[in-house]
Design a protein around this ligand. Structure first.
Ligand code: FAD
Length: 476
């Protein structure tokens, strides 16, 4: 079998991999991308976890369930009456699958447009060659590729609790949680991180009784304390039951459902019986099938590929990006690393600023932040000023009928440079972009305070929070 030669071969077609491949092709490299994800018909489904069982399908279900929640509880405030409201779960899932497919097809189109050669199958290192690497592709047809540069972007997998494998019927990973065929009466969620809260919210809005069990004593410990407190209050009001500081004991998965034995924060023995249990306790880097040993690619004790600040591995011309390396497991972080690596291969100065990576939790209210939290600044002993503005005092939020939460700015006490922006409330995921731009340009709170923002818009809350840093809000 003749081998095919490429300047760059990318293993993994998630956001890290497919974006790296497109950027490498844009820069003039003869590029291939290998991805093994299969759709229901066994065909290619590039886009990785993000497109297939992560960001995209979860947001599709969050949107459907939010419509249901609005119709169920809030339409009447607008004078809209609805009788016999119902939810057709199979139809909702079919819509979600269509959204996923549109994204898969979009990536295949982008590969064609950018002349990236796509190979559907598992890519693994065969051997190092003079001036490159031989990569085997095991798919419908076996292929051998020769690459001068290899970018590994093989992503991550959901972590199971020891001794409690995912059966995706009763005990669900993110994959199964996106496919539940009907609204469970009782749903348990272990882990109150982003995925647990988002998936718990979907099924709670549709009528499930949801209990979230969290081992940590603090709710959303990585989030600014004030924001986490506000979000906790809102989720509890919606009916999400959140138990903190628990110790999970035996989990019995039987035909009728799952029983979780646990010790509560006060040391009391408790038991939770649910129809379905989502386990969202984190994700582990994935190098299964990569045959890293064949070339001596170094992994750390967590199984992540060891890279330096530039995403270089221990091997010459082998790079790794995204969830399979250190750093936040976020699609946009993977993408930025993919672009930066392609540019470094081209001799350019690819750059990822870890200090300005935004974080978003797509619950209702949404939570979004960039930069440092107030507790981090206190721990560092940094002198700072804080200013916040509630959506309750924002005209657009009142017109929307969603006034939960606030925007909060943290700025250096002396220079006024923005150090962190934290938002809990409507459209926080979109509003945070302004703060990211501001921080990337090293703006001061005063810069934002002096910029004209459209009225009425939620973004006025951002301007007002910046004004609040100097104690001169105009509308509160
Ligand atoms: P992945 O997306 O995991 O892609 C890796 C790809 O490589 C996969 O297609 C895999 O099949 C393929 N692969 C692996 N090994 C091989 C091999 N040997 N040969 C060929 N192919 C291989 N992040 C956000 O930023 N925003 C969100 O809203 C968000 N929501 C999420 C919701 C859920 C439920 C989950 C689970 C995750 C979410 N994430 C979100 C995280 C996001 O999905 C990941 O950070 C992102 O997908 C990582 O991209 P990646 O390219 O590193 O890996």
């Amino acid at each position: 079998m003749a081998s095919k030669s490429f300047d760059v071969v990318v293993i993994g077609g998630g956001p890290g991999g497919y974006i790296a491949a497109i950027r490498a092709a844009q820069l003039g490299f003869n590029t291939a991308c290998i991805d093994e994800w299969q759709n229901a018909k066994g065909g290619p489904a590039p886009g990785g976890t993000c497109t297939n069982v992560g960001c995209i399908p979860s947001k599709a279900l969050l949107q459907s369930s939010e419509h249901f929640e609005q119709a169920n509880h809030h339409f009447k405030d607008h004078g809209i009456g609805l009788d016999n409201l119902s939810i057709d779960v199979p139809k909702m899932l079919a819509r979600k699958d269509l959204v996923v497919k549109q994204n898969n097809d979009g990536i295949l189109y982008l590969f064609k447009k950018n002349k990236v050669s796509f190979f559907h199958g598992r890519g693994s290192f065969a051997k190092a060659t003079e001036g490159g690497y031989e990569i085997s592709v095991a798919g419908k047809e076996a292929e051998t590729l020769v690459a001068k540069h290899v970018i590994v972007a093989t992503g991550s997998n959901a972590r199971a609790l020891p001794g409690v494998p995912f059966d995706e019927v009763n005990v669900l990973s993110n994959d199964g949680a996106l496919k539940v065929g009907g609204v469970p009466k009782k749903l348990g969620v272990i882990g109150s991180g982003v995925i647990g809260l988002e998936m718990g919210s979907v099924w709670r809005r549709l009528g499930a009784e949801v209990t979230v069990l969290e081992a940590l004593p603090t709710f959303l410990a990585a989030v600014d304390e004030q924001v986490a407190k506000e979000a906790h209050k809102a989720f509890t009001k919606q009916g999400l039951k959140i138990e903190l500081g628990v110790k999970i004991g035996e989990i019995k998965n039987e035909a009728g459902g799952v029983t979780v034995a646990y010790t509560d924060a006060k040391g009391g023995a408790q038991s939770l019986a649910v129809d379905k249990l989502i386990v969202s306790i984190g994700r582990t880097p994935n190098t299964i099938g990569l045959n890293a040993e064949a070339v001596g690619l170094k992994l750390d004790e967590r199984g992540a590929i060891v890279v330096d600040g530039d995403c270089k591995t221990n091997l010459p011309n082998v790079w790794a990006v995204g969830d399979v390396v250190r750093g936040p497991m976020l699609a946009h972080k993977a993408e930025e690393e993919g672009v930066a690596v392609a540019e470094r291969i081209a001799g350019q100065h690819g750059h990822v600023n870890f200090n300005t990576i935004p974080w978003v939790i797509y619950t209702s209210p949404e939570i979004a932040w960039v930069g440092q939290t107030e507790q981090q600044l206190k721990a560092e002993g940094r002198a700072y000023k804080a200013g916040s503005f509630p959506f309750m005092a924002n005209g657009r939020a009142r017109a929307l009928g969603d006034t939960t939460g606030f925007v909060k700015f943290l700025a250096d006490a002396k220079t006024d440079e923005i150090l962190g922006v934290h938002i809990v409330g409507p459209m926080a995921s979109e509003l945070i972009a302004e703060a990211v731009v501001a921080m990337e340009f090293k703006a001061s709170a005063e810069d934002i305070a002096r910029i004209c923002h459209a009225h009425p818009s939620l973004s006025e809350a951002t301007k007002e929070a910046a004004l609040a840093v100097d104690k001169r809000t105009l509308n509160f």
